[in-house]
Structures are given as structure tokens and as C-alpha cells.
Design a protein around this ligand. Structure first.
Ligand code: SF4
Ligand code: SF4
Length: 452
């Protein structure tokens, strides 16, 4: 006998525990996934990337979208039935809170009748769900504000109203959705339900009523012929167990329908009924081709192999791009002033000011310094090397200087291209980054004023 319900409970439990626990796991201070707008960081598989490295995000999005196409073409709405938060929370609220914990529903076998009105128990169930919704809202935020910051912010709520507003907003949505909208969300609102059927083919796993064995219940125009087929050898006994248990209130014997979330509860129900008659279920998780040809569903076919190859390729590219990232990031901004001209004891010098934003993406703290690739231009400040801790950014004001007699001035300012190298003093060969910038040398007319 099938027991998909038990397997689904295990799947939901694993997903919920993982979603809750993963934000707390850190390796070298990094999370498995964190997109922090606050820290301007992306953490992926315990590696920290700065917002300057968000070129990784398109790869992740491609992985995500192609992954959805692949899963849908292979397993149909397997996501809806086994992993979607909407289904997970509905099952948790209906099967656990309302049925097991409070006994508001006598069993989960008939979802076509509303639970009997027990206002007190319903109110308790509602309050429990409000609390859980707030925890889920917080849990969602931990992928954007890590728990170590989240709880610190929570101690100071008046300064973090935006964060608290989002958590409360998510919780309100969850209460509305799970308690009031219910499976209508899957049937009328969810966009994935609308587009997924175009990804199906005849080998896609679906929940299918075996009409050849069970008998015809609906005609080709989907009109009901009879609840219990009358043909010789038709096995469906018309008990309606599969209809009663369905959370989206459909009759799977009508064929594939948009409303079906592939929860397989009807397959469990029919397997219970048929099992008592010594037969196997008339409703199975199989494919159209498998039912027609009485064979196994083809998992490996050109379409799925193509998806797998493409996904593997993108994954390898993501790993390679992630591994080849710089251990140091440097952003150079010129000061708003073009240049300064100064008279020293024995010469006239030109200075350009810059703001360097240096970020240490290496796993260790380090001492850093800059070099300018030019014989004529020198660094006036900073004079000494400076420390940037691992994962931190520092703003450094840099002044470059050049003797005014080094080159001949022209009628216009001269832009001299320069290469600036930032490097770890103790590991220059491995930890360094080079950026292009310009040094502006003043026009003749400007210099003449200082030469007088
Ligand atoms: S027909 Fe209903 S019970 Fe059967 S898998 Fe679809 S949604 Fe679930
Ligand atoms: S549970 Fe099985 S036997 Fe009963 S009505 Fe549904 S398909 Fe027919």
C-alpha cells in the first residue's frame, strides 16, 4: 500500500529544519546563502562575495530557472506536492495543528467538509499559526539579514522598523494565505501552476487515474458519465475516497487538471481501498506513456539529458568563476577637484587626490599598500602600509604627485593613464589587484600662474 503522506511529512520536516538551521551555520564567518544589502555581501556555499562581484547572480538565476524547467519536465508538479512552502505550511496547519494537535478535524481523509465549529479551538489554532508565521517571517529575513545581526537589531526595534515591518508583513500574508485563502492560492493565484503544463510531455511524472483498469468516469468532453463505471471488468468501485481526500477539491479521474498539486493523497486513498480488494491503486504517480504502454516511465530522454548537461555546465562555470575571484577588490574614485599645483622649495609639483575603496575578500587580515606603475608619478600619501581585516572594506585617501617639469604642458589638460596596484605587503605575488585610472596634468596657462 502506498504511503505518500508519510514520505511527504518527512520531506516537509527535512526542508523546514534545514531552512531554519542553515542561517545559523557559519564557516569562517560566512553563510551558505546570504544576500545582505546592509553589508553589501553575497555569501554562497560559505564563501563571501562583495556586491562588486554580483556577476555570480546571473549564473544562480540561470541555474534556478533551468532547474525549474528540468524538474517540471521530469517530475511535473513535484515541487508543489513535496517542497513548496505553501503546501508545507497548509499541511502543517491542517494536518498537524487542526487535526493532530487540536482535533478540530476528525481526520484528513475528507477535506470536502468544513471542520466543526469549535470557536475556542479554532482561535487557539489561529494564535499558534500567528506565532509560527512570525517565526517563519524572521527565518526568511535571516537569508538577507544574518541571525547575528537580526537579533541585535531586534533588541533595538525603534531603529529597525523597516526590518520589523517586513517580518510582520510576511507573517500577515502567511496568516491570510494559510488560514483563509488555503489551496485557492494554488488554483487561482500561483503563476507556476499556470505555466508548468507547457513543460510537460508524455513521459513527465504526473498523478494519473488508470482509466484502462478503472473504467471511464468522464466522456471526452469531461462530462460525468457515472460515478461508478459499469463496464465489464472496470475496477473503480466509485467509493469517492480519492475525491473526498483531495485538498483542491477535484476528481482526478477526469484527467490532468490545473488544480492538481500532485500531493498524491488520492493515490494513498485509492491504494487503501484497492488494497482491501487485493489490488494495486488505480491512481499512480506515473506518466501517460507508461500507462499506455504498461512500461516504466522514461527518466532519461533527450530533453532531460539536455537539461542535465546544461545544468552541469552552468554549475561548473559558477564554480570556476567563484574560484577565480580576486582576494582583493579596489575601487578608485577621483576627488572632485582636478588637481592641485604647489610650489615646493626647489620645484613646482602637481597633485591629484583619489578615494580608494579597498576590500579584503581573503580569509585572513592583511597589511596592504599601493604602487603606481610610473617613473614620473609618486605616492605622496598614505605614507605607511595599512591593515584591512578579512571581509572588511577601508576607504583610503590617496594623493599622487608629479614634478611639473617632468613633461611639457600643452594648451589643454593632459590625461596621463596610470595603473594602480594594491597588494598584500606579505604576499604581493598572490594577493594583488591592478586598476586603471588617470592622472590629470594641468594646461600651460595654469602652470604659468605659479611660475611667475
Ligand atoms: S487530484 Fe487532488 S489529491 Fe490527487 S494529487 Fe491532485 S491535488 Fe492531490
Ligand atoms: S478511490 Fe479508487 S476506487 Fe475509489 S473512486 Fe477513487 S479511483 Fe475509484
Amino acid at each position: 500500500m502506498y504511503n505518500y503522506a508519510k514520505k511527504r511529512y518527512i520531506s516537509f520536516s527535512i526542508i523546514m529544519i534545514l531552512a531554519f538551521v542553515l542561517p545559523f551555520i557559519r564557516i569562517n564567518g560566512n553563510h551558505i546563502f546570504l544576500l545582505s544589502f546592509d553589508r553589501k555581501e553575497l555569501h554562497l556555499f560559505f564563501q563571501a562575495f562583495s556586491t562588486q562581484e554580483l556577476f555570480l547572480l546571473p549564473f544562480l538565476l540561470i541555474l534556478c530557472f533551468v532547474g525549474i524547467f528540468f524538474i517540471t519536465s521530469l517530475g511535473g508538479r513535484v515541487w508543489c506536492g513535496w517542497a513548496c512552502p505553501q503546501t508545507t505550511f497548509r499541511v502543517f496547519y491542517r494536518d498537524f495543528i487542526q487535526t493532530k494537535l487540536l482535533g478540530i478535524r476528525r481526520s484528513i481523509k475528507n477535506k470536502q467538509v468544513q471542520p466543526k465549529s469549535n470557536i475556542v479551538k479554532k482561535a487557539i489554532g489561529f494564535i499558534i499559526w500567528v506565532v509560527i508565521s512570525l517565526i517563519v517571517g524572521s527565518n526568511f529575513m535571516w537569508y538577507f539579514i544574518p541571525p547575528e545581526d537580526f537579533f541585535r537589531y531586534l533588541a533595538n526595534p525603534s531603529e529597525h522598523l523597516f526590518m520589523i515591518g517586513i517580518v510582520v508583513g510576511i507573517a500577515l500574508f502567511l496568516v491570510l494565505d494559510i488560514v483563509f485563502i488555503k489551496e485557492n492560492f494554488c488554483v487561482y493565484i500561483c503563476p507556476y501552476a499556470r505555466i508548468q503544463s507547457v513543460m510537460f510531455d508524455k513521459d513527465t511524472f504526473q498523478v494519473i487515474y488508470d482509466e484502462k483498469r478503472g473504467g471511464k468516469i468522464y466522456d471526452d468532453k469531461h462530462n460525468l458519465i457515472a460515478n461508478k463505471p459499469t463496464g465489464e471488468g472496470d475496477e473503480c468501485i466509485g467509493c469517492r475516497a480519492c475525491i473526498n481526500i483531495c485538498p483542491t477539491h477535484i476528481d482526478i479521474r477526469k484527467g490532468m487538471q490545473l488544480e492538481c498539486i500532485n500531493c498524491l493523497e488520492c493515490a494513498d486513498a485509492c491504494s487503501g481501498v484497492m488494497g482491501k480488494l487485493g489490488k494495486i491503486s488505480l491512481i499512480n504517480w506515473t506518466s501517460e506513456n507508461a500507462v499506455e504502454t504498461r512500461s516504466e516511465t522514461r527518466v532519461f530522454r533527450p530533453k532531460t539529458i539536455g537539461y542535465m548537461a546544461f545544468l552541469s555546465l552552468i554549475f561548473v562555470v559558477l564554480l570556476l568563476v567563484g574560484a577565480s575571484r580576486d582576494s582583493l577588490l579596489l575601487n578608485i574614485n577621483r576627488d572632485s577637484g582636478l588637481y592641485n599645483i604647489r610650489k615646493t622649495q626647489d620645484s613646482l609639483v602637481v597633485e591629484n587626490d583619489y578615494v580608494f575603496l579597498i576590500e579584503n575578500t581573503h580569509s585572513k587580515d592583511g597589511k596592504f599598500y599601493f604602487k603606481v606603475d610610473s617613473d614620473l608619478i609618486k605616492i605622496k600619501r598614505p605614507k605607511d602600509e595599512f591593515t584591512v581585516n578579512s571581509g572588511k572594506k577601508e576607504k583610503v585617501i590617496v594623493t599622487l604627485v608629479m614634478n611639473a617639469s617632468s613633461i611639457e604642458a600643452k594648451d589643454d589638460d593632459i590625461k596621463i593613464p596610470i595603473k594602480v596596484k594594491a597588494y598584500a605587503v606579505e604576499n604581493e605575488d598572490e594577493i594583488n589587484v591592478v586598476r586603471d585610472s588617470v592622472f590629470i596634468f594641468p594646461k600651460n596657462e595654469q602652470l604659468k600662474r605659479y611660475k611667475k
